[in-house]
Design a protein around this ligand. Structure first.
Ligand code: CMP
Length: 156
């Protein structure tokens, strides 16, 4: 049980479909805390770093062109075990097989056009956050929410 930060991107298809508010709302209502938020148009070199694990895959170039076509929304969410919690809210990669109730399960059908990115591990989260956010763009602040979302022993 650790407080974690995780990176989320609303992908171009999520932007086109007007799902920024819906996505933010799902994380808010779960009890996660927003600690970073910006619009950004990712460059080819940022995306090469972001998707380094896919660099040898056949879809690497296509994925980078898809992701760099327009400005997107990048966010950092914080909470206890935030990385797996957000992944569960997002759902599995292939939209048409993703669990109903998850963001992809409720709103997507595709593999590439799956609306949203969420970090998959502590190392990935740190690396991804560093690609898009400066330290000064990430915030620490007390939230009254903490008192009603977590028990006292979980807040220590
Ligand atoms: P995500 O899991 O967020 O990060 C890697 C992305 O690559 C994935 O979402 C999909 O958008 C995309 N992706 C995965 N597999 C394929 C594929 N076979 N063809 C095209 N895009 C893919």
């Amino acid at each position: 049980m650790h407080t974690q930060r995780t990176a989320v991107l609303v992908k171009p298809d999520g932007m086109h479909r007007g799902l920024i508010g819906e996505i933010i709302s799902r994380f808010e209502r779960k009890g996660l805390k927003l600690v970073g938020l910006k619009m950004v148009q990712l460059s080819d070199s940022q995306l090469s770093e972001w998707y380094v694990e896919h660099k040898d895959k056949s879809f690497f170039g296509d994925l980078k062109s898809f992701m760099s076509q327009m400005p997107i929304v990048a966010m950092v969410w914080e909470g206890i075990d935030a990385i797996p919690v957000v992944r569960k809210l997002v759902g599995t990669t292939l939209g048409r097989e993703a669990e109903a109730g998850s963001i992809r399960g409720d709103f997507s059908m595709s593999q590439q056009l799956n609306l949203i990115h969420a970090s998959s591990s502590v190392n990935d989260a740190e690396r991804e956050i560093g690609i898009v956010f400066k330290d000064s763009e990430l915030f620490e602040y007390p939230s009254v929410l903490d008192q009603v979302i977590y028990a006292e022993y979980e807040r220590k």
